[in-house]
Write a protein that binds this ligand. Structure first.
Ligand SMILES: *[C@@H]1O[C@H](CO)[C@@H](O)[C@H](O)[C@H]1NC(C)=O
Length: 179
């Protein structure tokens, strides 16, 4: 008597277990959470606290819970990591040259927004209807905020810096030899 009642349940469970994770990973997710999943794969980094990435992808025009502060931290993470690698590579680098390289790495138009668009952040970042999500300042803010968010998530700025170099590429600032 017992087996006739539990068998359908067992079959149901056996069928459902392999299906559920896939269903959650795709069709059941709304576009924003799904975009965050994709973004994590692109970054090669999985957040312990996904709300940090959600906040990083939220412009100030959209919500009070936005990426402004994370973006400031992210810019500092990028500069610190770049300074570290440039000076490790050449201890005699001049202040002028160091500043020149740093401004290249953090330039909004030519570096930061370009990296952000490569990741498709203009399609992910949440903005108010009046705000252009492709504006370099918006894309750049979201891009920098990713590294602020990773630093908070890991409790270390080094990890965030390393993710930055894998995204940005090391060639154009000449830090490859130091990595
Ligand atoms: C949004 O910004 C991008 C990048 O600056 C620009 O190319 C585009 O024309 C803008 N779109 C609108 C609707 O203003």
């Amino acid at each position: 008597m017992r087996s006739s009642a539990t068998l359908p349940f067992t079959l149901f469970t056996l069928i459902l277990i392999p299906i559920l994770p896939h269903a959650q990973g795709h069709s059941l997710l709304s576009p924003f959470p799904s975009a965050l999943e994709t973004l994590q794969k692109q970054l090669g980094y999985n957040f312990k606290t996904i709300s940090l990435l959600r906040r990083a992808m939220t412009h100030a025009s959209f919500s009070e819970e936005n990426n402004k502060a994370l973006s400031i931290l992210g810019a500092a993470v990028i500069e610190t990591s770049a300074s570290f690698h440039l000076i490790s590579k050449d201890i005699d680098i001049s202040a002028k040259e160091l500043n020149r390289r740093l401004s290249q790495v953090s330039n909004v138009e030519s570096s930061c927004a370009v990296d952000g668009v490569h990741l498709g952040l203009h399609k992910v970042v949440r903005v108010s209807p009046k705000t252009n999500s492709s504006a370099p300042a918006v894309v750049c803010g979201a891009f920098r905020a990713i590294f602020g968010a990773i630093a908070i998530d890991t409790g270390k700025s080094d990890d965030a810096g390393n993710v930055f170099w894998t995204i940005h590429g090391v060639g154009d600032v000449g830090v490859a030899a130091a990595l």
